[in-house]
Each structure stands twice: as structure tokens, then as C-alpha cells.
Design a protein around this ligand. Structure first.
Ligand code: 5RP
Length: 218
């Protein structure tokens, strides 16, 4: 089974969590693209979606699924999104696709966060995947110097501008033993918009696509 087949399996399993006729939160990435394909098959049952990126918005609209502005919506019962890494406490590293800020906002609003991923994403210690940090462009060098003081090696993701018109630093060389502490420390650096640690608000359920079917971790 390829990684993409495992992603697809996890993504389709997430349909079970879409139990209300409300608004569904939709993340970003190749796993979420499979979820959008699945969601389209039950689009008559939902009111619409809120989306974490221009790319997901476009895919949802192509299927004729209404995309609400988050400010128009009082409640998001379920948010479905992928991850670059998850530990066993369902604390995540996200932002490989650069959509971390909007993803974190929708995760904060949602009652339930369902993370979908292939089995390789489950790790004991976060940090092997470089941690994305979204930064206001004029603060890039300053933020990079502050991150070095925290023990990380920031690398500028050249040529990438986020949907919020910011830049991304990918931080290598971190063994993230205390995810909540690091998430707060990075947020405290002036010029940081968001970092890709989802530890203060972890996922509630992790659906892992494996060779033997979808494994549920919660
Ligand atoms: C985008 C993300 C994605 O969820 C993460 O990068 C996983 O992507 P994929 O499903 O393509 O493996 O955080 O910002």
C-alpha cells in the first residue's frame, strides 16, 4: 500500500465523524484533498464548509460545496485536517503545506478536531519534520536569530508566500520534548504569526491509514 492509499483510507474514514447537518471545518493538503472528495459524496447532508486555505476553498467550490467565511459561522462541530507528525498525545506538527495559521484558527473554533494521516506520521517525539513558523516578512531575520537562541536551525522557505501574505521559516534540529512550552515560546517572539505546533489544542481523534485498515487513536 502506498502512502497516498493510506491517506485516502484515513480520509474516507473521517466521514463517520460528519454526523450533523452543520458546517464542516476543512484543512489543507493531499490527505485533506481525499477528504474533500469523500465529503462531496455527502454534500447534500451538510450546510457547507469553512476552509483553511485558498487551495481547499477552490476544491470545495469545484464540488459545489458552499464555503462560509469563518466570521459568519457560530459553530464548527468537526474540523478534519492532516498533519506532518503526531505524537501519542495527538499533539501535532503541521504547516508543511503552509496553511498553519488558518488551520490553527479553525482548530480553535471546532468542537472536535479529527486528524487524518498515513501511518508514517505517528512518532514518539515531534521535531524530525522541520517545524514551520509563519512570520511577518520584515521580521524574518530577527525571528530567525531568536529561533537559533532556542536551539533550532531555521531555513527560509524561499519562493513561498502564505495565503496571509507572510513567509515561512522551517525549523530543523528540534527534539520537541515539551511541545506546549515550545509552542508558547515561539508565539512570544515578536513577528511570529503562528507556529506549526498544535499542542495547546491537539487533535481529539487521530485516524491513521495503515496496511490493516484505519486505526483510531484517541
Ligand atoms: C498543511 C498541513 C498538512 O495537513 C500537512 O502538511 C500534511 O499534508 P499531507 O496531507 O499532504 O501529507 O499542515 O499546512
Amino acid at each position: 500500500m502506498t502512502a497516498d492509499e493510506m491517506k485516502k483510507q484515513a480520509a474516507w474514514s473521517a466521514l463517520e465523524y460528519i454526523t450533523t447537518d452543520g458546517v464542516v471545518g476543512v484543512g489543507t493538503g493531499s490527505t485533506v484533498n481525499h477528504f474533500i472528495d469523500a465529503l462531496a459524496t455527502i454534500k447534500g447532508r451538510i450546510e457547507g464548509a469553512v476552509s483553511s486555505s485558498n487551495a481547499s476553498t477552490q476544491r470545495l467550490k469545484d464540488y459545489g460545496i458552499h464555503v462560509f467565511d469563518l466570521n459568519e459561522v457560530k459553530e464548527v462541530a468537526v474540523y478534519v485536517d492532516g498533519a506532518d507528525e503526531s505524537n501519542h498525545n495527538l499533539q501535532l506538527v503541521k504547516g508543511g503545506g503552509g496553511a498553519l495559521t488558518r488551520e490553527k484558527i479553525i482548530a480553535a473554533v471546532a468542537d472536535k478536531f479529527v486528524c487524518i494521516a498515513d501511518a508514517t506520521k505517528l512518532v514518539d517525539v515531534l521535531g524530525k519534520f522541520p517545524l514551520p513558523v509563519e512570520v511577518i516578512p520584515m521580521a524574518r531575520s530577527y525571528v530567525a536569530r531568536e529561533i537559533v537562541k532556542l536551539g533550532g536551525q531555521p531555513v527560509y522557505r524561499e519562493g513561498v508566500i502564505t495565503d496571509n501574505h507572510n513567509v515561512i521559516l522551517d525549523v530543523h534540529g528540534l527534539d520537541i520534548m515539551e511541545p506546549i512550552k515550545l509552542e508558547k515560546k515561539l508565539n512570544d517572539i515578536v513577528g511570529v504569526v503562528t507556529n506549526g505546533l498544535f499542542a495547546m489544542r491537539p487533535a481529539d481523534v487521530l485516524l491513521l491509514g495503515t496496511e490493516n485498515g484505519t486505526q483510531t487513536v484517541n
